[in-house]
Design a protein around this ligand. Sequence first.
Ligand code: TYM
Length: 374
Amino acid sequence: MAKEFVVTPWEVTGEVDYNKLIKEFGTQPLNDELIKKIEKKAGKGHHFLRRKIFFSHRELDILLKEYEQGRKFALYTGRGPSGNTHLGHIIPWMFTKYLQDAFDVPLYFQITDDEKFLLKPNLSLEETNKMGYENALDFIALGFDPKKTFIFVDSDYAKTLYKIAIQIAKKVTGSSARAVFGFTNNTNIGMYFWPAMQAAPCILPSILEGRKVRTLIPAAIDQDPYWRIVRDVAPKLGYPKTAAIHCVFLPALTGPKGKMSTSTGEHSTIFTTDTPEEVKKKVNKYAFSGGKDTLKEHRKKGGNPDIDSSYKWLSFFEEDDRKLKKIYNEYKSGKLLSGEIKQILIEKLNTFLKEHQKKREKARSQLDKFILKD
Ligand code: TYM
């Protein structure tokens, strides 16, 4: 029987059941006690925590306990530069900023020009490398501190990373790579080695700081298979196991199935570089509506916010709980129309993007302060 949904680092299809995924991947649900601990340290809450957008973890409890005992950790996250940054990518990055502010720890950001070159038949290494530095601008635009944030593009930091990656690669068999990542006989051998490169930054802070540093990875749950591998290998090499905190996917604009991704089509995706007109057009034309077919019916029976893309997106981008609740209630009662909830989303996204695009341009001159090279 075909599976109802599939989540791998390269593919998300079907309507994801996140509770099932926790069981399938063997992660832990993010409980209220851990949420409270993070919020206490941050001095403020985060709507991604309150709304369980971050919903799962691996050994976050242990990492926080160590932190309370005075052992600082490092944050690690990343981007695979196969195209422009879209709004789904920046969800884990926004949360990473909150964590860095809360815990005052170094942050490592890997840009995997090598991965996307190996994976995408039509992309050259030159193209993915160039796109990597463009994507870095979106990350910097979120306000990270250059004194404690280190960005590296794999092929330009290969000398350092390679030495770590081969230590890891030596401990991972082909059959384990096949089981975890679904590689086949047709997969190129670059991809077989590739997971060791994404695992390497889990150990990098220990090498750079000369002490054993645990890493905490905020990312969507699709990246978890890598952490399974590295958590198995790191202790064999004498390093701490990586901890992770996972978020759900910002869904495609076109509906609840899959994640927002460039591969599901331009129209299901909003990029950080989109103009206000493009945002308006995409939301109006493509955002899946939970509204009724006729105005009369909608007013009478109300819409269904739980399947409505505009509402779903607002739950990621509208921080104010009261405003969001009001939108939910009014849409459900039929007071708010489908076109009106789309308008609320368009305004929210365009306000965010206007500021983001300014900061993104400013980031060009700051890039050097963040980049690690060999
Ligand atoms: P990439 O470029 O596919 O994704 C970058 C980050 O965005 C997350 N993500 C999403 N989050 C919410 N909603 C979505 N629709 C959505 N789509 C993607 C991903 O989980 C990821 O956190 N191989 C990686 C690059 C990488 C990396 C890492 C990512 C290298 N080291 C460490 C996370 C942590 C990749 O191609 O990510």
